[in-house]
Design a protein around this ligand. Sequence first.
Ligand SMILES: Nc1ncnc2c1ncn2[C@@H]1O[C@H](COP(=O)(O)OP(=O)(O)O)[C@@H](O)[C@H]1O
Ligand SMILES: Cc1ncc(C[n+]2csc(CCOP(=O)(O)OP(=O)(O)O)c2C)c(N)n1
Ligand SMILES: [Mg+2]
Length: 327
Amino acid sequence: MKLGDIGEFGFIERIRKRAAAASHLLLGIGDDCAVSRVAPGELLLASTDLLIEDIHFRRGWSDMHTLGRKSVSVNVSDLAAMGGRALNLYLGLGIPADTSVEDLDAFANGVLDACAAYGAVLAGGDTCRSPGPLFISVTVEGSVPEAQLVTRAGARPGDLLWVSGTLGDSALALRELLAGRRPPALLAARHHDPCARLDLGRVLAVQGLATAMIDVSDGLLADLGHILDSSAVGALVERDVLPLSPAFRAALQAEPALLDLALCGGEDYELLFTSPPEKAAAVAALAIEGVPVTQIGCVLPQDHGVRLVDAQGRPCAPPRGGFDHFY
Ligand SMILES: Nc1ncnc2c1ncn2[C@@H]1O[C@H](COP(=O)(O)OP(=O)(O)O)[C@@H](O)[C@H]1O
Ligand SMILES: Cc1ncc(C[n+]2csc(CCOP(=O)(O)OP(=O)(O)O)c2C)c(N)n1
Ligand SMILES: [Mg+2]
């Protein structure tokens, strides 16, 4: 079935029927605005990200259900980085007219499944025709108790630097895909179906363990740079303790230069955060659902900039870059 058979409002109705209800959502899909009630003492968080065909994904590389999940996860990841919980999701779509309704149903199911997994509800969106690529715009709203908010700005010299999960898997999968090869399944899953570390972000916020936090979307060093700029500090990063998956390590053995992907590759969607040294034992104990947290360095005064060192403490040249859409 083609989209032309059911029309814009037929498609919206298909989504509306499947969207979950939630006690905070007084009005969801179907009026001019969604209407929500935020709990007393909670701050409203909002974040938006675009996914554009051939810039963020290729249609042949992943199925539509998985693409729906990723569209949600990369946005919820920004809530995780502030210590928030997820409330509402808004889905903007620019759809090529020849897209099948089956594909759109699969995509919407992926969006709705991921929403359910993160405790969010689909509260609205916008649908229009695209003359070319598929455009996906996702906005999330969440909330956090005022005292628990974690920003990029709170890192202090002496804090330790931590990262969740493993780095470089997604970028390595992308490299394989771009070369026309099939990445190992574990790497492919990390690229196509990343998991927002929402529970970890909440625990760090609730327990007051993180002084600053960001999610790694553009690459470890690039996103670390945002914490350092916002907090007016520098950092030491120990290159040889970066957490790497077995699949990544296997590839690294054959090609040592791949380590640059762990430093700069992007789309890791792991949490990078700073924490006072006296809280190190509490942080190290936080392997939630099997996701490790690893200390990869520490925060220095601002004049040190970023110092990347090897296992012997010798300085190494940081690779150039991180992802920039126009660079
Ligand atoms: N076109 C835009 N208009 C207004 N604000 C923007 C725009 N693009 C990005 N921003 C803001 O700039 C900041 C950095 O954006 P970005 O690097 O995309 O963050 P993230 O990696 O968390 O998605 C965010 O606060 C974002 O809301
Ligand atoms: C077809 C394709 N080419 C390139 C990439 C790599 N890529 C696209 S966006 C991106 C960085 C993250 O996306 P961005 O829009 O910058 O997210 P934000 O930092 O705003 O969260 C990367 C590494 C990809 N995923 N797919
Ligand atoms: Mg963004």
